[in-house]
Write a protein that binds this ligand. Structure first.
Ligand code: PLP
Length: 417
């Protein structure tokens, strides 16, 4: 596309100067697609395609059950966990790749309550991602008065801890607005008031430096299928800070044989394994983990600082382009004004946001919609280019100008938005 915006914004030059410019070639990019939804489901890394194929044919096909030892299947939760640990700033041996983010949250919530006896309250934010709140509500149903959820607004978090609070549960980057919360300040504030900090890194892991250890996060959880490109429904992760790993307590409630000190002793009584292993429950999904393993190797070639710098530059370019086209008056940005307070996404408000998103997708620009009326644009520095941004805003401008989004075909709501 010959684009006036690409020229105005000089995106060619920016792409040439981009230290991550060659990484894009390591992903499968459907013909002509501009993919701005890496915050929901990352693109397929070519290496994952090859590695999953080889896990199927060679490992499962030819080595069958011996692969549990021969190909290290049994240790995948720890080995892939350490790959994730390197991305989120965790010391080795403190991160697992297992289960879903929701299940992992359930485990660490219980652990936080156990480690903070006498305190029964989990404080979170009203517009946290709903599954996070549901998991606390479910635990509350089981534990009665021993687990209660209290909700506050994001700006009230720094006054939210009282003597009943066992843990603050915060998602670092808000899934709708993209607002980034100050994790380190929140962790220090929680600690100085006797509470622990649980961070959901679903929208930050793989998109920016996180540094769970340096920032004194007690527990972290998050997805691998968003910015880490692990694949649809890929297993999630769980981090536990060194001072919280103890075998004096069974920290998590989902006692499973792989979290046992000696799984192959087949003891009828549960004894937790030492270290992070006690947070395991059952058998790892090997094929899905093969995909995550290969996807994370892409991160070994890049620095998180470069990823963050490009994420900021891409989102600033998007905003400049929208301003140039006069689009911000029609669809105001509801994300924080300064890049420092944002994750790697922008959200725009418009009454017809759903239909606009569908019209964009029909033109090969994939974004997503979040209720009630937000168009969400995710920036994945590993594979989005500056030229992509200029071209995508050109498409958006045309859709807005022609009001193409008013067509009947774009109004039909599908089950996944
Ligand atoms: C995407 C997301 C989840 C998803 O949880 P799953 O158990 O993987 O479905 C959880 N929390 C937040 C904040 C998310 O953005």
């Amino acid at each position: 596309m010959s684009s006036s915006l690409a020229h105005v914004l000089n995106t060619d030059t920016r792409d040439q100067a981009d230290p991550l410019r060659d990484i894009k070639g390591q992903f499968h990019i459907p013909n002509g697609m501009i993919y701005l939804d890496g915050n929901s489901l990352g693109l397929l890394p070519k290496a994952s395609q090859a590695h999953v194929q080889e896990t199927l044919t060679e490992q499962w096909g030819n080595s069958v059950i011996t692969s549990w030892n021969k190909h290290g299947w049994i240790n995948l939760p720890l080995t892939v966990g350490d790959q994730i640990g390197a991305i989120i700033g965790a010391p080795a041996g403190h991160t697992l790749c297992c289960d879903s983010t929701s299940i992992n949250l359930f485990k660490v919530l219980y652990a936080a309550l156990q480690l903070n006896p006498g305190r029964t309250e989990i404080v979170s934010t009203r517009d946290n991602f709903p599954t996070d709140l549901y998991m606390v509500q479910g635990l509350s149903q089981l534990l009665g008065q021993n687990c209660r959820l209290r909700l506050v607004e994001e700006h009230e978090l720094m006054q939210a801890v009282n003597e009943q609070t066992a843990a603050l549960l915060v998602t670092e980057v808000n899934f709708r607005t993209g607002r980034k919360l100050p994790i380190k300040e929140l962790a220090n504030y929680a600690h100085s008031n006797g509470a622990l900090l649980i961070a959901d890194l679903a929208h930050s892991a793989g998109a920016m430096p996180v540094n769970v250890y340096d920032n004194h996060v007690d527990f972290a959880i998050g997805c691998t299928y968003k910015y880490m490109n692990g694949g649809p429904g890929a297993p999630a992760f769980l981090y536990v800070a060194p001072q919280n790993l103890t075998t004096e307590l069974s920290l998590q409630p989902l006692y499973g044989w792989l979290g046992h000190a000696e799984p192959f002793a087949f003891d009828p009584d549960y004894t937790p394994a030492a270290g992070i292993r006690q947070f395991l429950t059952g058998t790892p999904p090997v094929l899905a983990m093969a995909s995550v393993h290969a996807a994370l190797r892409v991160f070994e070639q890049v620095s998180m600082a470069d990823i963050r710098a490009k994420s900021v530059a891409l989102s600033e370019t998007w905003l400049e382009a929208m301003a140039q086209k006069g689009l911000l008056e029609q669809m105001p940005c509801i994300s924080p004004e300064t890049a420092e307070h944002r994750g790697s996404q922008l959200a725009f408000q418009h009454e017809h946001a759903y239909a606009i998103c569908q019209a964009l997708i029909a033109e090969g620009v994939v974004a997503d919609f979040r209720a009630p009326h937000y168009l969400r644009i995710g920036f994945a520095p590993l594979y989005n280019s500056f030229t992509d941004i200029a071209n995508a805003v050109d498409v958006l401008a045309r859709i807005m100008q022609t009001k193409r989004y008013t067509r009947a075909e774009f109004q039909q709501r599908q089950s996944v938005t």
